[in-house]
Design a protein around this ligand. Structure first.
Ligand SMILES: Nc1ncnc2c1ncn2[C@@H]1O[C@H](COP(=O)(O)OP(=O)(O)O)[C@@H](O)[C@H]1O
Ligand SMILES: [Mg+2]
Length: 323
């Protein structure tokens, strides 16, 4: 098994454009074992100075963010000429996986699960924005949900802050444009309200189980975003709880001045809508869905065990939503 510095790699987690992620562990005295995530610059890009500089920027920005809803960066190191980050391991799923898994559930149940996740991320953004950090790449793959139900924001790979030393030349292609606010897509100056727009897109997808732009071609999506023509503003599913509709419409306004003005305002509004949902539904808590299954976090059991657990979770959720 390959070693990176003092860490033994257990299995690959994900391969991104710039970095590879692994589940890894470090052993200590006695039976001590610490499981972490290693994010390392992709081998093919080791000689690319711009990539190296961006990776260091990511670490500098991320390293200053200590918050319960932000994945913690423990360390930045170098091994065999490759920089790597040592990150807190979040056992669970990213929001993209969760959206897929929650598709069979009723919309009201999805809303009850989505709102607490979004509240957590807005809490994280409230904190980051106060430190003048704009994430700029809010999307379901960058929101992790732990088996305890807590959501944590990760991937500050294109975040903007005063600590940044390199500036991207390639503009909007650095984030995922289907989640981007119009002003970000245009490559102009952005402020924290661009992150809040992206949160709106994530909320829409989590609650409806649908993509905001469906299967539309990239060029049509770009055209629609530029002209401010969002399907959400034109038509929302008729059966959607009306406070949720209002929330989504506000979050997805094309002009920043018409949106929520701060992560805190948006978060407070989400909490209010969650309360109205609870007045018509049995309250939903993540902990209820996991029971004993939450106790076994053992990473070495691998992906198939994790997926099995997730399927059972979804089975439990379906039962709950019917009863
Ligand atoms: N700390 C973590 N714990 C568990 N899974 C993680 C963690 N960080 C990232 N992942 C998984 O790896 C994926 C890619 O990580 P990310 O940091 O977003 O890399 P990239 O910059 O390539 O997008 C995430 O979407 C998530 O599924
Ligand atoms: Mg990512």
């Amino acid at each position: 098994m390959e070693l990176i510095g003092e860490y033994k790699l257990i299995r690959p987690l994900a391969r991104g454009g710039m970095a590879d992620l692994y589940l890894a562990e470090k052993q200590g005295p006695g039976e001590f074992v610490k499981t972490v995530v290693i994010k390392r610059v992709t081998k093919a890009l080791l000689n690319d100075d711009e990539v190296g500089a961006m990776f260091l920027d990511e670490a500098r920005v991320h390293g200053q963010l200590h918050h319960p809803h932000i994945v913690q960066l423990f360390d930045l190191k170098e091994d065999k000429n490759a920089y790597y980050m040592v990150l807190e391991y979040v056992p669970g799923w990213d929001l993209h996986q969760l959206i897929t898994g929650m598709k069979p559930l009723e919309q009201s149940v999805r809303a009850g699960l989505a709102l607490p996740i979004i509240c957590n991320v807005l809490d994280a953004l409230h904190f980051a924005h106060h430190l003048a950090v704009i994430h700029r790449d809010i999307s379901p793959g960058n929101i992790l949900i732990s088996t305890t139900g807590a959501a944590k924001l990760c991937d500050f790979g294109v975040a903007k802050s005063d600590l940044q030393q390199t500036f991207t030349k390639t503009g909007f292609t650095k984030g995922k444009f289907r989640y981007m606010a119009p002003e970000q897509l245009e490559g102009g100056l952005i402020d924290p309200r661009a992150d809040l727009f992206s949160i709106g897109v994530c909320l829409y997808e989590t609650i409806t189980g649908k993509k905001l732009f469906g299967q539309a071609k990239d060029e049509d999506v770009i055209q629609a975003i530029r002209s401010g023509r969002y399907p959400i503003v034109l038509s929302l599913p008729g059966n959607l709880h009306s406070p949720i509709k209002t929330l989504l419409q506000r979050a997805l306004m094309s002009s920043p001045k018409d949106r929520f003005q701060s992560a805190r305002d948006f978060g407070l509004q989400c909490a209010e809508v969650l309360a109205t949902l609870h007045s018509i539904e049995k309250p939903l808590f993540w902990g209820d869905y996991f029971g004993d299954e939450a106790v076994d976090h053992s990473p070495s059991k691998g992906q198939s065990k994790k997926l099995g657990r997730f399927r059972r979770l979804i089975g439990n959720l379906s039962k709950l939503s019917q009863g």
